[in-house]
Design a protein around this ligand. Sequence first.
Ligand SMILES: CCCCCCCCCCCCC/C=C/C(=O)SCCNC(=O)CCNC(=O)[C@H](O)C(C)(C)COP(=O)(O)OP(=O)(O)OC[C@H]1O[C@@H](n2cnc3c(N)ncnc32)[C@H](O)[C@@H]1OP(=O)(O)O
Length: 719
Amino acid sequence: MARYELVKRSVALITLTNPPVNALSSPVRHAIANSMERALSDPKVRAVVICGENGRFCGGADIREFAGPLRGPPLIPVLEAIEAGDKPVVAAIEGMALGGGFELALFCHYRIAQSKARLGLPEVTLGILPAAGGTQRLPRLIGIPAALEMITTGRHISAQEALKLGIVDQVTDQNACETALEFALKAVGKPLSPRRVSTLTTPCPPDLDALLEAATMQVKKKTPGVMAPLACIQAVRAAATMPYSKGMKRESELMATLFNSGQARALQYCFFAQRTAGKWTLPSGAQWNNSKPREIRSAAVIGLGTMGRGIVVSLARVGISVIAVESEKKLLENGRQMVIGMLERDAKRRGVSASLNLLKFTLSLQDLKDVDLVIEAVFEDMALKKRVFQELSKVCRPGTLLCTNTSGLDVDALAGVTDRPHLVAGMHFFSPAHVMKLLEVVCGPRSSSETIATAMSLGKKMGKVSVAVGNCPGFVGNRMLKPYLDQATFLLEEGATPEQIDKALEDFGFAMGVFRMSDLAGLDVGWRVRKESGLTGPDVDPKNPPRKRQGRRYCPIPDMVCEQGRFGQKTGRGWYKYDKPGDTNAKPDPLIQNLLETYRSRYGIQPRNISDQEIIERCLFVLANEGFRILEDGMAARPEDIDVIYLFGYAFPRHRGGPMFYASMVGLERVLERLEHYHQAHPDVPHLEPSALLKKLVACGSPPVQQWREHIKTMRSHL
Ligand SMILES: CCCCCCCCCCCCC/C=C/C(=O)SCCNC(=O)CCNC(=O)[C@H](O)C(C)(C)COP(=O)(O)OP(=O)(O)OC[C@H]1O[C@@H](n2cnc3c(N)ncnc32)[C@H](O)[C@@H]1OP(=O)(O)O
């Protein structure tokens, strides 16, 4: 786990060898301790260099070890032996020095970084803090404000920034290890005391309290209810106000409060879930590591509405040439201007030049005959999409992949009108497509493994988190959204207000409650979908009871809101009122209150007090229940996939882990019991009926979420 060599006859080179990121697992900690002991006791050794194999210094503590009992030598004493030694130790940082890896470097007397290396303390994103001295040593080295920013955000910085801040002593374009070996020899004989960070005094700003208070306010606003950033601030305060040894004690006390918390478990689960989602698998046995994606050099996007424009930008900024197609000259010109503006702003922000030369705009599908892949992003209308796919099938060369950005229509029905159903898949982007990280890759029954591999890999290239899902109405994300939205409106009928429901969800951790979010997204879209599916509007049979559709409970309040022209922020009125159209400051609207009161009295509904707990349970347990059904139906392969979709596509609070992880944290037995209770109270809401998988998992003793797939295996996968 670490290689020890004597080089240049007098330098001990310790190379961490724990691929892929040289994490500080128990054997690595052992090996570092042994190697340091050997180096310090060997009279031939005059200096030490520590580096990592395969151009990666160290990705930090082994996060997988956090889930079990702590074994092996504790990290801090291992690192303290490095600093205390009487021979200069140089960290040679290539690739990355993150978390415990960065802290390892901070215990060395000198640090040399390769110019492409990244450094940072991302522990806060895992619900913990840099507890191997990071919170005490970084402030001593670079001062409180800069250390506070790095520690509370977990931001990775470049080698150049690290040099500027005084974290590293030298940046090199050459091999960092070679440079460090030379550097180490020159350091021999120089006094080591000033190089021991633990002996430095933290430069303390006069306005320390105000600074820490401002940081506290900032993290409370940005990540309400999240514990780790607040603990980080307290630890940094200790670095400013306590001697080093006391500060270290405070750091470990604060770590103890976080280490076994539900938030830490959730955030660490999210880290691995995101990586698990990339490992897709199809019933044919094809999967991420045995299917070769095609290289996509050119693409076309059909439709330059909001989604189409975002997709064009996402493709062009990673170097793919794009032909953008519209049906009318005016729409094309409008789309062209908007895309160019978006690309220019994006390039300016990233300090690069806009790749406008990759773009071509056209009114003719004939221009698409040679592209590698097409993404259709026209209006959400099956007949229109079918016409487009038929035409593409005629125009594009036989190998071109044909993808649709539909948010829920049948991908296989589109495949069926083409001459190449195996080359058809869904690529469901989320709005705005150039910003949102999620991509649902929809696998139709006839999509080939190469098609899925290509869509997944293209998503990754565009910086998206791609998740493979099955082909069912709404796929995974939007399918789950429906019962969640239904519960929110049923709660309105029963006596809650939009403000109360939003507040309960925001206190839970959502940045915006369901009604504020709906106002932002626009209420007319859902209204149109409900009209088209015959749930509201003139097609509804007048003999239908007003609050029932297809034998199920139906809440017409959202339709009534839309009938008043209240479409959300864009019209200045929706579930809330706004000072003017486009304004974002939502204010409770007495007119909505009146509407609810009139509605309830018309249908003889006696409003009741509804607790926040009921709001959370009904909205979130029903969401997870639909997730269980999706797993049962084989439309998602694993609970991690569902959670990743909700984290990246629907802003589910990360410190809660996602709807499936949250259900497991609450306890599946409790979720089952509450769903049974609510279903009994509302038998006309089938979504509240506990799913078979939930019952099966409870019967199996409620295994942790990572083990659910064992119980799903027997069910049929449709991916
Ligand atoms: C009462 C109790 C008291 C408790 C007291 C507790 C005491 C404990 C003291 C310990 C103090 C330690 C303090 C230090 C803490 C840490 O260091 S936490 C870890 C901090 N590091 C990170 O957060 C880095 C995480 N990794 C990454 O960001 C990226 O992986 C990367 C390093 C930037 C590389 O990215 P990329 O090249 O894109 O590869 P990936 O696909 O992301 O990863 C490849 C595989 O490696 C796995 N992996 C990565 N990092 C780690 C890690 N730190 N530990 C374990 N595994 C890691 C990743 O999962 C991938 O695996 P596979 O999916 O299996 O391929």
